[in-house]
Ligand binder design. Structure first.
Ligand SMILES: C[S@@+](CC[C@H](N)C(=O)[O-])C[C@H]1O[C@@H](n2cnc3c(N)ncnc32)[C@H](O)[C@@H]1O
Ligand code: SF4
Length: 384
C-alpha cells in the first residue's frame, strides 16, 4: 500500500482576480470590480486550508505557489499572514520554495519588498513580450517599459530567483520579432524562463475571433532557433516550456510532474492527495470567487473530489512525468501510484517500438522524438 507520509507535499494558492481579462487566457480569472476585500479572501483561504489540513497527514509543505489570476493584486501583509497560517497549520519545511506570480502592470516597489519580507523567495513575472504592439494585441495592462521596470524592481527588492514568462507565436509576430523578444529576456539575466507557444484556448475571446498567428513552419523556426539560444545562454530545457539555470528548476512544478501531492486552496484550486488508505484523490474547489467566498471551509466550497482508479493512474502519471525532458526513474511509478510497473508495460512496449520512449530500463522518459510527439506518446498509456 502507498504510504502518504513518503510522498512530498506542496501547496497551491489561487488568487482569482485580474485588472482585465486577457483575450487568450482560460485560467480561472475574473475582472476585479471595485477593491479587493483582502480580509474576506484571507479568511476564506485560511478556512479552506484548515479543512484540508487532515489530508496532509502530518506532512510539512516543501513548496508554496501563489498563482492566479494576478496574485500581485494582494498586499505584502496578506501574503505574510497567509504564510503564517500555513506555517501554523502545516509547517513550512526547511528551505521551502515560495513563488508568487506577478503581473508587471501591478508591480510596485513597496509591494515587491513586502513580498520578499513576507517570505516569498521566487518571483514569476508575466512579461509575455517586450514589444508594445504585441502586448497591446494580447490585451495586456502593461507595456514594454513596465515589464522592464518590474524586473528591476524585483532585483532591487532582493529576489535572487526570478522567472520570466514569455510567449511566442503571437498574432502577426515574425520569426525575427519572436527571437528578439527572447534575446531581450535572456539579456535581463533571469534564473528561469517559461517560454510558451501561444495556444488558442476554447471559451476565450481569441477562440471567438481567432487572430492570425504564425504558421507551423514559422513556429518551428522560432522554436528551433529559440531553443538553441536558451541553451547557449546556459539554460537547461527540463520541461516542455520550462528552462532553468543550473540549480533553479521550479521545485513546485517539478513536484506536479513527479506526481507528488499538493493541496489546492482558493477559488477553483485543484489538489492531489494520497489518502491514509493509499488511494489517490483529486479534489477541486468552487471556481467563482463569490461562491468560493461564501462556501470556503465547508462542503459548499469543494466543487468535487474523485479517487483515481487503477485504470486512471497510468495515464495520469504519464501525463505528468513525460513532460520532463529526462523523465523520471521508473521506480517512481510504483512509489507514487501503488501499482506494479507491469501496469505500464503495454504502453511502454508501444512507446519503445515507436522510438518515443527512452530504452533505459530504469527510466520512464521520452526520447527527443517522444518530446516532439508528446500527445501521441501520452495517449499510449490511456486505459482500454
Ligand atoms: C496565471 S498567468 C501569470 C501571472 C499573471 N496573471 C500574468 O498574466 O502576468 C500564467 C502564464 O501562462 C501563460 N499563458 C496563459 N495563457 C496562455 C495561452 N493561451 N497560451 C500560452 N501561454 C499562456 C502566460 O505566459 C502567463 O504568464
Ligand atoms: S493577467 Fe494573467 S491570469 Fe489574468 S487574464 Fe491575463 S494571463 Fe490570465
Amino acid at each position: 500500500m502507498l504510504d502518504a507520509a513518503r510522498i512530498p507535499l506542496a501547496l497551491y494558492v489561487h488568487v482569482p482576480w485580474c485588472v482585465r481579462k486577457c483575450p487568450y487566457c482560460d485560467f480561472n480569472s475574473h475582472v476585479l470590480r471595485g477593491t479587493l476585500d483582502e480580509a474576506a479572501y484571507l479568511g476564506a483561504l485560511v478556512a479552506d486550508l484548515e479543512r484540508d489540513v487532515p489530508l496532509a497527514g502530518g506532512r510539512s509543505v516543501a513548496s508554496v505557489f501563489i498563482g492566479g489570476g494576478t496574485p500581485s493584486l494582494v498586499s505584502g501583509s496578506f501574503v505574510g499572514r497567509l504564510l503564517d497560517a500555513v506555517d501554523r497549520q502545516l509547517a513550512l519545511a526547511a528551505g521551502v520554495e515560495i513563488t508568487l506570480e506577478a503581473n508587471p502592470g501591478t508591480a510596485e516597489a513597496g509591494r515587491f519588498r513586502a513580498y520578499r519580507t513576507a517570505g516569498v523567495n521566487r518571483l514569476s513575472l508575466g512579461i509575455q513580450s517586450l514589444d508594445d504592439r504585441h502586448l497591446a494585441a494580447l490585451g495586456r495592462i502593461h507595456g514594454r517599459a513596465e515589464a522592464l521596470a518590474a524586473v528591476d524592481l524585483a532585483r532591487a527588492a532582493g529576489f535572487g530567483n526570478l522567472n520570466l514568462d514569455l510567449m511566442h507565436a503571437l498574432p502577426g509576430q515574425t520569426v525575427a520579432e519572436a527571437l528578439a523578444d527572447l534575446d531581450e529576456v535572456l539579456a535581463l539575466g533571469p534564473e528561469h524562463v517559461s517560454w510558451y507557444q501561444l495556444t488558442i484556448e476554447p471559451n476565450t475571446a481569441f477562440a471567438a475571433a481567432p487572430p492570425a498567428v504564425p504558421d507551423e513552419d514559422r513556429v518551428a523556426e522560432i522554436q528551433d532557433e529559440g531553443l538553441s539560444r536558451l541553451a547557449a545562454a546556459g539554460f537547461e530545457h527540463y520541461e516542455v516550456s520550462a528552462h532553468a539555470r543550473p540549480g533553479f528548476r521550479c521545485r513546485h512544478n517539478l513536484n506536479y510532474w513527479e506526481f507528488g501531492d499538493y493541496l489546492g486552496i482558493g477559488a477553483g484550486a485543484h489538489g492531489k492527495l494520497t489518502l491514509a488508505d493509499g488511494r489517490v484523490q483529486r479534489r477541486w474547489k468552487v471556481r467563482h470567487p463569490a461562491d468560493y467566498l461564501a462556501g470556503a471551509g465547508s462542503d459548499a466550497g469543494v466543487a468535487g473530489a474523485v479517487v483515481l482508479g487503477p485504470e486512471d493512474l497510468p495515464i495520469e502519471f504519464a501525463l505528468n512525468a513525460l513532460r520532463l525532458a529526462s523523465g523520471v526513474p521508473l521506480a517512481l511509478y510504483p512509489a507514487r501510484t501503488g501499482l506494479a510497473t507491469a501496469t505500464l508495460a503495454a504502453g511502454r512496449d508501444r512507446g519503445l517500438a515507436l522510438g518515443l520512449l527512452d530504452p533505459d530500463p530504469d527510466r520512464f522518459a521520452p526520447t527527443v522524438l517522444g518530446g516532439r510527439f508528446l500527445n501521441r506518446l501520452i495517449g499510449l498509456f490511456a486505459a482500454g
